[in-house]
Design a protein around this ligand. Sequence first.
Ligand code: PBG
Length: 324
Amino acid sequence: MFPHDRMRRLRSPSIRKMVRETLLAPNDLIYPMFVDETIDSYKPVPSMPGVNRVPLSEAANEAKSVADLDIPAVILFGIPHEKDETGTCAYGDDDVVQNAVRSIKDELGDDMVVITDVCLCEYTSHGHCGIIDRSTKEILNDPTLEILGEVAISHANAGADIVAPSGMMDGMIGKIRSDLDTNNHSNTVIMSYAAKYASSFYGPFRDAADSGYTFGDRSSYQMDPANSNEALREVELDIQEGADIIMVKPALPYLDILYRIKSAFEIPTAAYNVSGEFSMIKAAAEKGWLDEKAVMYESLLSIKRSGADMILTYFAKDMAELLK
Ligand code: PBG
């Protein structure tokens, strides 16, 4: 009790470093890259200052600049030359992500872990994460699984270290695990976007990846932001189906979910600091209302403190530079 106990004793500049509970390091970060096979030079994403679409020819150089900052991994999103009803350009041997993976692995090998987003929304003409029934507009679960299996196999064939299914289809982890295993990819890691919410914080990403939808919304497959117990159930199922790493997305508005999941399952856990979380800070900093670097650091530290072992963030390079 005061005056015996004084919490401020441990807050002096020299001692506070010794009692710090959470440390952020470049190893905690994963850098998202938007690789576009339709462009020849970097193309800025207007709603995400500092983020660019990268031409296929620059993918390896871009990944090299990430590796030089000691960031261990990138996650790739592809912008294809053509979209159709069933996302055909998501799984061809010679499509954008497959080519990007190959060029990065050729250049960097084990110095860069390549993660691929496994989803259809960047490749379908309607922009949904699954194939649809034309008349009812329903997003069809089971037929989509067949395609997601093909996508994952094509990424692994190209050399992806980790596949990250993000479409929130039921049974997708089990299907992808068995398809990988029967195609000589039993060592390919699965990072599941297990607790992915139907969030409005994805707005700027849909510009970046050209993945907005032409009708409806994603609420028939992504989770209701009001639910928490359901996230535990999603994660439990994905672990049973074979996920090696699970993810919570978005991060900052869902730190309670992250904390519950990490406490309940003690499995490697990722959090996705999504486009809207990034752009809000950028916009406020541009107006001079927030200190960008300080708020970036505090945000990412909060995500780690809440239980994330790794953070997917558009701030990865800036954060790694600040940590140097
Ligand atoms: C694809 C996907 C999305 C994001 C990552 N993978 C978009 C969505 O579900 O609409 C969002 C990432 C971000 O906002 O930074 N399914």
